[in-house]
Design a protein around this ligand. Structure first.
Ligand code: SAH
Length: 257
C-alpha cells in the first residue's frame, strides 16, 4: 500500500516550494491538487503522473470532502506515492484535518510536508514584520468568511498588540470593515490587502480599517494584514491606533500611507 503526502505548495511562486515538495512532485504517480495551485507548480509534476483538480471554483465544489477522502485512500491501493497538494500550508485553512482523520481511520500511512502559508507570503511581499516588537506581540490567523460551525467571527478578542492575518476576506470589503469596527478595532488602524502574494499579478494595497470600505476589490486569492505593523511607519504609529491605550492618539490615515 502506498503513502499519502499532504504537501504545501506555498503561496504562489514555485521557488518558494520546499525541496521536499519539489522532489515528491517529481516522484508521485498521482497528484490531487486544489484549483488554487498555480501552473508553475503543476509543471513540476512528472510527465507520467496523473494530476487531478479536486478544488473549488467560484464556490462550486468539484468534489465533496468525503469524495476527496475516499479518493486518497483508494489511490494508495495502486500508487506508491500519492500527493494531496494544497496552496500555502496544508494545515492552515486547508481541510487537512478531515483528510488526516480519514487516512488514519483507513490505516493509510501519511506525512505532512509543510508549505509557506499565504499570510507569510503576503507579509514578505509587503515587507511587514508580523511581530515587529515595537507594535505587536502576537499574530492571529483568522478567516472572515466563516468560523467553526458557521458562526460569524468575533473580532473583539483582537488587542492593540495583535496582528490579524485575515484569510478569505471575500468580495465585500465594506462588510469586513463593518465587522472589524464592530469588534472594537480603531478605524484608523492600518490594513494591507495583498492579492496573489508572491505570484504573477501580485498587488499590495496599503489602507486602514475605515478606508477599507471604499477600496476596490482586489483579485482573489487575497488576504488582509490588520494591525499597527501594517504601516510603513511603524516607528511613528507604534503607540497610536488604539482607543484603549492610555497614551493612544489617533493618527489620520494619510499619515499611514
Ligand atoms: N492553505 C492555504 C490557505 C487556503 S484558504 C495557506 O496556507 O495559505 C484560501 C485563502 O488563502 C484565500 O482566500 C486567500 O485569503 C489566502 N491566499 C492563498 N493564497 C494566497 C496568495 N497567494 N495571496 C494572498 N492570499 C492568498
Amino acid at each position: 500500500m502506498g503513502k499519502v503526502h499532504l504537501v504545501g505548495a506555498g503561496p504562489g511562486d514555485p521557488e518558494l516550494l520546499t525541496v521536499r515538495a519539489a522532489r515528491l512532485l517529481a516522484r508521485a504517480s498521482i497528484v490531487f491538487h486544489d484549483s488554487l495551485v498555480g501552473r508553475g507548480i503543476l509543471q513540476l509534476i512528472g510527465r507520467e503522473a496523473e494530476a487531478i483538480d479536486v478544488g473549488k471554483r467560484c464556490g462550486r465544489k468539484l468534489l465533496t470532502q468525503d469524495e476527496i477522502n475516499s479518493l486518497l485512500v483508494s489511490a494508495t491501493a495502486k500508487h506508491d506515492v500519492v500527493i494531496r497538494l494544497k496552496g500555502g500550508d496544508p494545515l492552515i485553512f486547508g481541510r487537512a484535518g478531515e483528510e488526516i482523520e480519514a487516512l488514519r481511520n483507513a490505516g493509510v500511512d501519511f506525512e505532512v510536508v509543510p508549505g509557506i502559508t499565504a499570510a507569510l507570503g503576503a507579509a514578505a511581499a509587503a515587507g511587514i514584520s508580523l511581530t515587529d516588537r515595537r507594535a505587536a506581540s502576537q499574530v492571529v490567523i483568522s478567516t472572515f468568511s466563516r468560523g467553526t460551525e458557521g458562526a460569524p467571527m468575533d473580532f473583539s478578542a483582537i488587542t492593540s498588540t495583535t496582528t490579524l492575518a485575515l484569510y478569505m476576506p471575500g468580495p465585500d470589503y465594506a462588510e469586513v470593515a463593518h465587522r472589524l469596527l464592530e469588534g472594537g478595532l480603531p478605524d484608523d488602524l492600518p490594513c494591507v490587502i495583498v492579492s496573489n502574494a508572491t505570484g504573477a499579478g501580485q498587488q499590495i494595497r496599503w489602507t486602514s480599517v475605515a478606508q477599507l470600505a471604499h477600496e476596490e476589490e482586489l483579485p482573489a486569492p487575497a488576504l488582509m494584514i490588520v494591525g499597527r505593523v501594517a504601516s510603513r511607519k511603524v516607528q511613528e504609529i507604534s503607540k497610536a491606533f488604539w482607543r484603549g491605550d492610555p497614551d493612544g492618539r489617533s493618527v489620520s490615515p494619510s499619515a499611514v500611507s
